[in-house]
Design a protein around this ligand. Structure first.
Ligand SMILES: [Zn+2]
Length: 140
């Protein structure tokens, strides 16, 4: 009986309040990281930072200004998306090297049509097709 009473009181208390979102989860993770770091550094500054982060999480959770909190969360997700796509772009750029593309020419083997990438600027070179072993000369 007391249990359900507490739950009811808690539900009444949380009524109309914002609660958790992705930003509060992110802030909690950051707080945890700061606390772990401070376990080794024992820095008063980091202790205050961790405390303020926790206060921020709870102030947001208990806030009744849900529109503003949702807006904060949206901005956080925007930044997160940009960071994620930055690192994705970084990864694909190193995989697909577009700057090196300009320094190569693509030739086709005259016999089997196999595409062969040859570095530019070596004058006339003899190319051996990796597929059919046909040799042909091209200007690079
Ligand atoms: Zn060939």
């Amino acid at each position: 009986m007391r249990n359900s009473n507490w739950r009811e009181r808690f539900q009444n208390f949380m009524e109309g309040r914002y609660g958790q979102d992705e930003l509060s989860h992110f802030l909690l993770v950051v707080t945890l990281i700061v606390i772990i770091i401070n376990f080794f550094t024992h820095s008063a500054f980091l202790g205050i930072v961790a405390g303020l982060l926790l206060v921020w999480v709870y102030v947001r959770m208990l806030s009744k200004d849900t529109a503003r909190r949702a807006e904060e969360n949206r901005r956080y997700l925007d930044v997160k998306d940009r960071v994620v796509s930055f690192f994705k772009g970084f990864g694909s750029r190193s995989g697909h090297d577009s700057s090196a593309q300009a320094d190569f020419r693509i030739y086709r083997c005259p016999k089997c049509g196999q595409k062969i990438r040859i570095p530019k600027g070596h004058g006339m070179v003899e190319i051996t097709c990796p597929k059919c072993r046909t040799r042909f000369r091209k200007r690079t």
